[in-house]
Write a protein that binds this ligand. Structure first.
Ligand SMILES: *[C@@H]1O[C@H](CO)[C@@H](O)[C@H](O)[C@H]1NC(C)=O
Length: 149
């Protein structure tokens, strides 16, 4: 096999190893549309969250409304039951979004997901919402994670 062909074959694989676009489900974004979700670090999916570490979550979305405010609500869904998952900053306007939010603009919402040492080791689904002035979801995403020691 020629060198050139090797590179052509390997490059997409390398790109995949570094890209951390996470597979997510939309759980009812009413007034926005999610473009992509990045979690760092998350070399393989579902993301393995180590206790005592913090993970950067970056959600790129398009807003379909204008809004003065935005508020994040995060749940961990364990065996189908949503449990509130505390995050350090609830205000989306302090997390990469310059407010007021404009209609038909693209935003990057960037926040930290801290994983406390006292959390049990388990698999769960993280459900992350960002709500507008009217309590409607600018985005609602779900992705599976695994808490490991
Ligand atoms: C968030 O993701 C977007 C799109 O990939 C990227 O342009 C931006 O730099 C990221 N922001 C941070 C803080 O990682």
């Amino acid at each position: 096999m020629a060198i050139r062909e090797v590179c052509v074959l390997l490059l997409p694989l390398l790109a995949l190893a570094y890209a951390e676009h996470v597979k997510f489900l939309d759980c009812g974004s009413e007034v926005g549309r999610v473009v992509l979700v990045d979690i760092h670090p998350c070399p393989k999916q579902p993301c393995q969250l180590h206790k005592g570490q913090s993970y950067a979550v970056n959600v790129t979305f398009n807003s379909e409304v204008s809004s003065q405010t935005s508020k994040a609500v995060v749940h961990g869904v364990i065996a189908g039951v949503p449990v509130p998952f505390p995050i350090p900053i609830e205000d989306g306007c302090e997390c990469g979004i310059s407010c007021p939010i404009q209609k038909q603009a693209i935003y990057n919402y960037v926040n930290q997901l801290p994983v406390k040492t006292e959390y049990p080791r388990l698999k769960l689904v993280v459900e992350w919402e960002l709500r507008d002035d009217n309590n409607k979801d600018l985005f609602c995403i779900k992705f599976p994670v695994q808490i490991v020691s």
